[in-house]
Design a protein around this ligand. Structure first.
Ligand code: 13P
Ligand code: SF4
Length: 344
Protein backbone atom coordinates (compact mmCIF):
# COMPACT_ATOMS: atom_id res chain seq x y z
CA UNK A 1 0.00 0.00 0.00
CA UNK A 2 1.24 3.46 -0.80
CA UNK A 3 2.10 5.43 2.32
CA UNK A 4 3.14 8.53 0.38
CA UNK A 5 2.81 12.24 1.00
CA UNK A 6 -0.45 13.87 2.08
CA UNK A 7 -2.44 15.99 -0.33
CA UNK A 8 -0.90 19.38 0.59
CA UNK A 9 2.53 17.96 -0.18
CA UNK A 10 1.31 16.73 -3.56
CA UNK A 11 -0.14 20.15 -4.25
CA UNK A 12 3.26 21.64 -3.44
CA UNK A 13 4.83 19.26 -5.94
CA UNK A 14 2.47 20.39 -8.69
CA UNK A 15 3.42 23.99 -7.93
CA UNK A 16 7.11 23.04 -7.98
CA UNK A 17 6.78 21.13 -11.24
CA UNK A 18 5.09 24.10 -12.91
CA UNK A 19 7.81 26.34 -11.52
CA UNK A 20 10.50 24.04 -12.94
CA UNK A 21 8.91 24.11 -16.38
CA UNK A 22 9.00 27.89 -16.21
CA UNK A 23 12.54 28.02 -14.84
CA UNK A 24 13.95 25.98 -17.69
CA UNK A 25 13.10 28.81 -20.07
CA UNK A 26 14.30 31.55 -17.75
CA UNK A 27 18.02 31.01 -18.35
CA UNK A 28 19.98 33.44 -20.45
CA UNK A 29 18.47 33.15 -23.97
CA UNK A 30 20.33 30.62 -26.12
CA UNK A 31 22.72 32.50 -28.40
CA UNK A 32 22.07 32.07 -32.11
CA UNK A 33 25.43 30.96 -33.45
CA UNK A 34 25.81 29.69 -36.96
CA UNK A 35 27.98 26.79 -35.83
CA UNK A 36 27.50 23.03 -35.69
CA UNK A 37 28.19 21.10 -32.48
CA UNK A 38 31.44 19.83 -34.07
CA UNK A 39 32.55 23.40 -34.81
CA UNK A 40 31.64 24.49 -31.29
CA UNK A 41 33.63 21.60 -29.83
CA UNK A 42 36.72 22.36 -31.88
CA UNK A 43 36.50 26.09 -31.01
CA UNK A 44 36.10 25.24 -27.30
CA UNK A 45 39.23 23.05 -27.49
CA UNK A 46 41.17 25.80 -29.28
CA UNK A 47 40.10 28.49 -26.80
CA UNK A 48 40.85 26.22 -23.87
CA UNK A 49 44.49 25.99 -24.99
CA UNK A 50 44.74 29.68 -25.84
CA UNK A 51 43.34 30.71 -22.41
CA UNK A 52 45.13 27.98 -20.42
CA UNK A 53 41.67 27.06 -19.18
CA UNK A 54 40.30 23.97 -17.48
CA UNK A 55 36.69 22.85 -17.92
CA UNK A 56 35.14 21.39 -14.78
CA UNK A 57 31.68 19.81 -15.08
CA UNK A 58 29.15 18.26 -12.74
CA UNK A 59 27.49 14.90 -13.49
CA UNK A 60 24.15 16.70 -14.01
CA UNK A 61 25.41 18.59 -17.07
CA UNK A 62 24.28 17.77 -20.62
CA UNK A 63 26.27 14.83 -22.00
CA UNK A 64 28.07 16.92 -24.65
CA UNK A 65 29.39 19.22 -21.91
CA UNK A 66 30.52 16.26 -19.80
CA UNK A 67 32.28 14.83 -22.86
CA UNK A 68 34.33 17.96 -23.54
CA UNK A 69 35.19 18.64 -19.87
CA UNK A 70 38.66 18.00 -18.45
CA UNK A 71 37.13 16.72 -15.25
CA UNK A 72 33.62 15.55 -14.34
CA UNK A 73 32.76 14.94 -10.70
CA UNK A 74 30.53 15.42 -7.69
CA UNK A 75 30.58 18.59 -5.60
CA UNK A 76 33.46 17.49 -3.37
CA UNK A 77 35.60 16.22 -6.24
CA UNK A 78 34.96 19.45 -8.17
CA UNK A 79 36.06 21.56 -5.17
CA UNK A 80 39.17 19.43 -4.82
CA UNK A 81 39.90 19.77 -8.55
CA UNK A 82 39.36 23.55 -8.35
CA UNK A 83 41.69 23.77 -5.33
CA UNK A 84 44.60 22.23 -7.19
CA UNK A 85 44.25 23.30 -10.82
CA UNK A 86 47.24 25.12 -12.32
CA UNK A 87 45.02 26.66 -15.06
CA UNK A 88 44.58 30.44 -15.37
CA UNK A 89 40.89 30.19 -16.22
CA UNK A 90 38.27 27.85 -14.76
CA UNK A 91 35.19 27.32 -16.96
CA UNK A 92 32.75 25.88 -14.44
CA UNK A 93 29.93 23.88 -15.98
CA UNK A 94 27.63 23.48 -13.03
CA UNK A 95 25.54 25.85 -10.96
CA UNK A 96 26.48 29.20 -9.44
CA UNK A 97 27.40 28.03 -5.90
CA UNK A 98 29.89 25.55 -7.43
CA UNK A 99 31.59 28.21 -9.56
CA UNK A 100 31.56 30.54 -6.55
CA UNK A 101 33.34 27.88 -4.46
CA UNK A 102 35.99 27.59 -7.20
CA UNK A 103 36.44 31.39 -7.08
CA UNK A 104 36.70 31.41 -3.27
CA UNK A 105 39.52 28.87 -3.59
CA UNK A 106 41.15 30.74 -6.50
CA UNK A 107 40.85 34.50 -6.04
CA UNK A 108 43.53 35.20 -8.64
CA UNK A 109 42.04 33.04 -11.38
CA UNK A 110 39.25 33.93 -13.76
CA UNK A 111 36.18 31.77 -13.13
CA UNK A 112 33.49 31.76 -15.81
CA UNK A 113 30.13 29.97 -15.87
CA UNK A 114 28.23 29.43 -19.14
CA UNK A 115 24.98 30.81 -17.69
CA UNK A 116 25.07 33.18 -14.72
CA UNK A 117 21.41 32.38 -13.99
CA UNK A 118 22.20 28.73 -13.22
CA UNK A 119 21.17 28.84 -9.57
CA UNK A 120 19.96 26.19 -7.12
CA UNK A 121 16.73 25.96 -5.10
CA UNK A 122 18.69 25.04 -1.98
CA UNK A 123 21.02 28.03 -2.24
CA UNK A 124 18.21 30.39 -3.28
CA UNK A 125 15.99 29.15 -0.43
CA UNK A 126 18.52 30.12 2.22
CA UNK A 127 19.22 33.87 1.94
CA UNK A 128 22.09 34.99 4.19
CA UNK A 129 20.15 37.68 6.17
CA UNK A 130 17.37 35.21 7.06
CA UNK A 131 19.96 32.54 7.85
CA UNK A 132 21.88 34.87 10.16
CA UNK A 133 18.65 35.82 11.95
CA UNK A 134 17.71 32.13 12.35
CA UNK A 135 21.17 31.21 13.65
CA UNK A 136 20.81 33.74 16.46
CA UNK A 137 18.35 31.28 18.09
CA UNK A 138 21.11 28.68 18.42
CA UNK A 139 24.05 30.20 20.27
CA UNK A 140 26.89 27.79 20.95
CA UNK A 141 26.00 25.58 17.96
CA UNK A 142 28.49 24.59 15.28
CA UNK A 143 27.13 25.57 11.86
CA UNK A 144 27.51 22.82 9.25
CA UNK A 145 26.37 23.99 5.81
CA UNK A 146 25.87 21.86 2.75
CA UNK A 147 27.97 23.24 -0.11
CA UNK A 148 24.70 24.06 -1.98
CA UNK A 149 24.54 27.56 -0.46
CA UNK A 150 25.77 31.04 -1.29
CA UNK A 151 29.21 32.44 -0.40
CA UNK A 152 27.48 34.68 2.17
CA UNK A 153 25.94 31.65 3.92
CA UNK A 154 29.30 29.85 3.78
CA UNK A 155 30.82 32.90 5.45
CA UNK A 156 28.36 32.40 8.35
CA UNK A 157 29.29 28.70 8.68
CA UNK A 158 31.92 26.78 10.65
CA UNK A 159 32.35 23.89 8.24
CA UNK A 160 31.03 23.04 4.77
CA UNK A 161 30.06 19.54 3.72
CA UNK A 162 28.86 17.78 0.59
CA UNK A 163 26.63 14.75 0.21
CA UNK A 164 29.72 12.53 0.13
CA UNK A 165 31.21 13.67 3.45
CA UNK A 166 28.29 15.10 5.50
CA UNK A 167 27.97 12.05 7.79
CA UNK A 168 31.75 11.84 8.30
CA UNK A 169 32.00 15.56 9.13
CA UNK A 170 29.10 15.53 11.61
CA UNK A 171 30.54 12.42 13.29
CA UNK A 172 33.95 14.09 13.51
CA UNK A 173 32.40 16.99 15.44
CA UNK A 174 31.79 14.65 18.38
CA UNK A 175 29.10 15.84 20.78
CA UNK A 176 29.12 19.51 19.71
CA UNK A 177 25.65 21.03 19.27
CA UNK A 178 25.04 21.38 15.52
CA UNK A 179 22.79 23.27 13.13
CA UNK A 180 22.66 21.83 9.63
CA UNK A 181 21.57 23.81 6.56
CA UNK A 182 20.06 24.18 4.03
CA UNK A 183 18.80 20.71 2.93
CA UNK A 184 16.34 19.12 5.34
CA UNK A 185 16.38 15.75 3.54
CA UNK A 186 20.16 15.42 3.62
CA UNK A 187 19.93 16.68 7.21
CA UNK A 188 17.42 13.95 8.13
CA UNK A 189 19.68 11.35 6.50
CA UNK A 190 22.70 12.63 8.49
CA UNK A 191 20.65 12.58 11.71
CA UNK A 192 20.04 8.86 11.25
CA UNK A 193 23.48 7.87 9.95
CA UNK A 194 25.43 9.83 12.56
CA UNK A 195 22.93 9.00 15.32
CA UNK A 196 22.35 12.70 16.02
CA UNK A 197 18.57 13.15 16.44
CA UNK A 198 19.25 16.55 18.04
CA UNK A 199 20.59 18.12 14.81
CA UNK A 200 18.75 21.41 14.14
CA UNK A 201 17.72 21.65 10.46
CA UNK A 202 17.01 24.51 8.08
CA UNK A 203 13.94 23.53 6.04
CA UNK A 204 15.29 23.76 2.47
CA UNK A 205 14.83 21.25 -0.36
CA UNK A 206 16.07 20.54 -3.86
CA UNK A 207 13.24 21.00 -6.39
CA UNK A 208 14.48 18.01 -8.40
CA UNK A 209 14.84 15.41 -5.63
CA UNK A 210 11.66 16.70 -3.98
CA UNK A 211 9.53 15.71 -6.98
CA UNK A 212 10.34 11.99 -7.14
CA UNK A 213 7.17 10.00 -6.54
CA UNK A 214 6.98 7.16 -4.04
CA UNK A 215 3.77 5.89 -5.67
CA UNK A 216 5.40 5.61 -9.09
CA UNK A 217 8.64 4.25 -7.63
CA UNK A 218 6.70 1.36 -6.08
CA UNK A 219 5.14 0.61 -9.49
CA UNK A 220 8.60 0.61 -11.06
CA UNK A 221 9.97 -1.66 -8.34
CA UNK A 222 7.16 -4.13 -9.08
CA UNK A 223 8.01 -3.92 -12.79
CA UNK A 224 11.74 -4.52 -12.13
CA UNK A 225 11.83 -6.80 -9.08
CA UNK A 226 15.53 -7.56 -9.61
CA UNK A 227 16.56 -3.91 -9.67
CA UNK A 228 18.39 -2.22 -6.82
CA UNK A 229 17.08 1.22 -5.89
CA UNK A 230 19.96 3.67 -5.47
CA UNK A 231 19.27 7.23 -4.34
CA UNK A 232 20.85 10.59 -3.61
CA UNK A 233 20.36 11.78 0.00
CA UNK A 234 18.65 14.97 -1.27
CA UNK A 235 15.61 12.71 -1.95
CA UNK A 236 12.73 12.78 0.52
CA UNK A 237 12.09 9.90 2.94
CA UNK A 238 9.35 8.43 0.69
CA UNK A 239 12.14 7.52 -1.76
CA UNK A 240 15.04 6.91 0.64
CA UNK A 241 13.09 4.30 2.61
CA UNK A 242 13.13 2.06 -0.49
CA UNK A 243 16.79 2.63 -1.37
CA UNK A 244 19.30 -0.17 -0.87
CA UNK A 245 22.13 2.32 -1.34
CA UNK A 246 22.28 6.07 -0.69
CA UNK A 247 25.25 8.21 -1.74
CA UNK A 248 26.52 11.26 -3.61
CA UNK A 249 26.51 11.25 -7.42
CA UNK A 250 30.03 9.76 -7.61
CA UNK A 251 29.06 7.17 -4.97
CA UNK A 252 26.01 6.13 -7.01
CA UNK A 253 28.08 5.75 -10.19
CA UNK A 254 30.62 3.65 -8.31
CA UNK A 255 27.85 1.48 -6.90
CA UNK A 256 26.39 0.80 -10.37
CA UNK A 257 29.91 -0.08 -11.56
CA UNK A 258 30.92 -2.41 -8.74
CA UNK A 259 27.65 -4.04 -7.66
CA UNK A 260 26.94 -7.54 -9.02
CA UNK A 261 23.36 -6.35 -9.68
CA UNK A 262 22.47 -5.86 -13.35
CA UNK A 263 19.51 -3.49 -12.94
CA UNK A 264 19.22 -0.22 -11.03
CA UNK A 265 16.47 2.30 -10.39
CA UNK A 266 18.33 5.58 -10.10
CA UNK A 267 16.79 8.30 -7.91
CA UNK A 268 18.70 11.43 -8.74
CA UNK A 269 19.03 13.97 -11.56
CA UNK A 270 18.93 12.22 -14.93
CA UNK A 271 22.22 13.72 -16.18
CA UNK A 272 24.04 11.14 -14.04
CA UNK A 273 22.91 8.37 -16.41
CA UNK A 274 25.46 9.45 -19.03
CA UNK A 275 28.54 8.65 -16.94
CA UNK A 276 26.80 5.81 -15.11
CA UNK A 277 26.13 4.02 -18.41
CA UNK A 278 29.80 4.40 -19.35
CA UNK A 279 30.93 3.12 -15.93
CA UNK A 280 28.49 0.17 -15.91
CA UNK A 281 28.17 -0.90 -19.57
CA UNK A 282 25.40 -3.37 -20.31
CA UNK A 283 23.58 -2.76 -17.02
CA UNK A 284 19.98 -1.55 -17.07
CA UNK A 285 19.60 1.93 -15.58
CA UNK A 286 16.02 3.07 -15.00
CA UNK A 287 15.49 6.68 -13.89
CA UNK A 288 13.18 7.10 -10.89
CA UNK A 289 9.98 8.91 -11.93
CA UNK A 290 8.47 12.21 -10.85
CA UNK A 291 4.73 12.19 -10.03
CA UNK A 292 3.76 13.94 -13.27
CA UNK A 293 4.53 11.64 -16.20
CA UNK A 294 4.54 14.52 -18.66
CA UNK A 295 7.21 16.66 -16.99
CA UNK A 296 10.97 16.17 -17.11
CA UNK A 297 11.22 17.13 -13.44
CA UNK A 298 14.12 14.75 -12.88
CA UNK A 299 16.29 17.19 -14.87
CA UNK A 300 17.61 20.19 -12.95
CA UNK A 301 16.40 23.28 -14.85
CA UNK A 302 19.35 25.26 -13.47
CA UNK A 303 22.02 22.75 -14.52
CA UNK A 304 20.42 22.54 -17.98
CA UNK A 305 20.76 26.29 -18.56
CA UNK A 306 24.39 25.63 -19.52
CA UNK A 307 24.87 24.67 -23.16
CA UNK A 308 27.82 24.01 -25.46
CA UNK A 309 27.18 27.36 -27.23
CA UNK A 310 27.21 29.27 -23.92
CA UNK A 311 30.40 27.45 -22.86
CA UNK A 312 32.03 28.51 -26.13
CA UNK A 313 31.00 32.15 -25.56
CA UNK A 314 32.20 32.04 -21.94
CA UNK A 315 35.66 30.93 -23.09
CA UNK A 316 35.69 33.35 -26.04
CA UNK A 317 34.58 36.43 -24.07
CA UNK A 318 35.82 35.38 -20.61
CA UNK A 319 32.34 36.24 -19.40
CA UNK A 320 30.20 35.97 -17.38
CA UNK A 321 32.75 35.95 -14.57
CA UNK A 322 31.92 34.81 -11.05
CA UNK A 323 33.24 37.16 -8.36
CA UNK A 324 33.01 37.17 -4.59
CA UNK A 325 33.61 40.32 -2.51
CA UNK A 326 36.94 39.87 -0.71
CA UNK A 327 35.66 40.11 2.92
CA UNK A 328 33.02 37.44 2.16
CA UNK A 329 35.55 35.30 0.31
CA UNK A 330 38.03 35.34 3.17
CA UNK A 331 35.36 34.27 5.68
CA UNK A 332 33.84 31.66 3.34
CA UNK A 333 37.25 30.13 2.61
CA UNK A 334 37.77 28.95 6.20
CA UNK A 335 34.83 26.49 6.40
CA UNK A 336 35.55 25.26 2.85
CA UNK A 337 39.20 24.68 3.71
CA UNK A 338 38.13 22.92 6.90
CA UNK A 339 35.99 20.57 4.83
CA UNK A 340 38.84 19.88 2.41
CA UNK A 341 41.20 19.18 5.31
CA UNK A 342 38.65 16.80 6.89
CA UNK A 343 38.12 14.98 3.57
CA UNK A 344 41.65 13.76 2.79
P1 13P B 1 26.77 15.74 -5.47
O1 13P B 1 27.22 15.62 -6.88
O2 13P B 1 27.84 16.31 -4.60
O3 13P B 1 26.24 14.45 -4.96
O4 13P B 1 25.59 16.83 -5.42
C1 13P B 1 24.40 16.73 -6.07
C2 13P B 1 23.76 18.03 -6.35
O5 13P B 1 22.59 18.22 -6.25
C3 13P B 1 24.57 19.10 -6.81
O6 13P B 1 23.81 20.20 -6.91
FE1 SF4 C 1 20.29 22.54 -6.70
FE2 SF4 C 1 18.80 20.39 -6.89
FE3 SF4 C 1 19.72 21.49 -9.10
FE4 SF4 C 1 21.42 20.23 -7.42
S1 SF4 C 1 19.77 19.31 -8.60
S2 SF4 C 1 21.72 22.21 -8.41
S3 SF4 C 1 20.47 20.70 -5.46
S4 SF4 C 1 18.28 22.44 -7.67
Amino acid sequence: MWTGSPAPHLQLRVVLENLMDKLSVLGTPAPTLDMTDEELESEIKRLKKERNAVILAHYYQESEIQDIADFVGDSLQLSQAAAKTPADVIAFCGVHFMAETAKILNPNKIVVIPDMKAGCSLADGCPAPAFEHWLAQYPGHTVVSYINCSAEVKALSDVICTSSNAVKIVKALGDQKIVFAPDRHLGAFVKKQADRPDLVLWEGTCIVHETFSERRLLLLMAQYPEAEVIAHPECHEGILRHAAFIASTSGLIERARTSPKQQFIVATEAGILHKMAQAAPGKLLVPAPPEDESCSCNECPFMRMNTLAKLYLALRDLAPQVDVPEPVRVRALQPIQRMLDMSV
